[in-house]
Write a protein that binds this ligand. Structure first.
Ligand SMILES: [Zn+2]
Length: 164
């Protein structure tokens, strides 16, 4: 039933802006829990135990507003937040909001995975709020706490926006 996920081929900048705009439209405030957003979209999050771990983190999209995100139970909160945002990227960019039924894990094509990562960064760390936060305190520890992302993700974001 699933089709192969194909890259949307939007530019990195366009995906970044799209993710931030979607976050705003969905009333996502940076640093707050992302699970309610999944719920709002009609999706479901399933945790798997390590011993039933066959696939990597993944998403299955069945139709519009019908999808499941699979996470590893033992992964940390910050890692899971990034993964959820990444899987939402697949939902918006690659299933086109459920139009194309897809199942994606990390063995997907590189471009598809990159696009989902760009989406995740733009969603969790929207450019404007991120720039404002950097003006207050540019330390990765502070940015990590404000946006609830890993220190590494905050550092990459600074670099991408030319703030590092
Ligand atoms: Zn992925």
């Amino acid at each position: 039933m699933f089709q192969q996920a194909r890259a949307c081929n939007l530019t990195k900048g366009d995906i970044d802006q799209l993710a931030s705009a979607l976050g705003e439209r969905l009333d996502y405030s940076p640093g707050t829990p992302i699970e309610p957003i999944v719920e709002k979209l009609g999706g479901e999050i399933r945790f798997r135990e390590l011993d039933e771990w066959l696939d990597d983190d993944s998403i299955e999209v069945y139709g519009p507003g019908q999808f499941r995100i699979f996470l590893l139970n033992v992964a940390g909160v910050l890692r899971n937040r990034f993964t959820i945002a990444h899987e939402l990227g697949h939902y918006f960019l690659h299933s086109r909001i459920g139009e194309v039924p897809i199942k994606v894990n990390r063995s997907g094509s590189d471009r598809v995975e990159w696009e989902a990562n760009w989406f995740a960064a733009g969603f969790l760390m929207p450019e404007q709020p991120f720039r404002e936060a950097v003006k207050r305190d540019s330390s990765p520890a502070y940015l990590s706490a404000v946006f609830m992302v890993s220190v590494e993700a905050a550092m990459v974001r600074k670099k991408v926006l030319g703030l590092a």
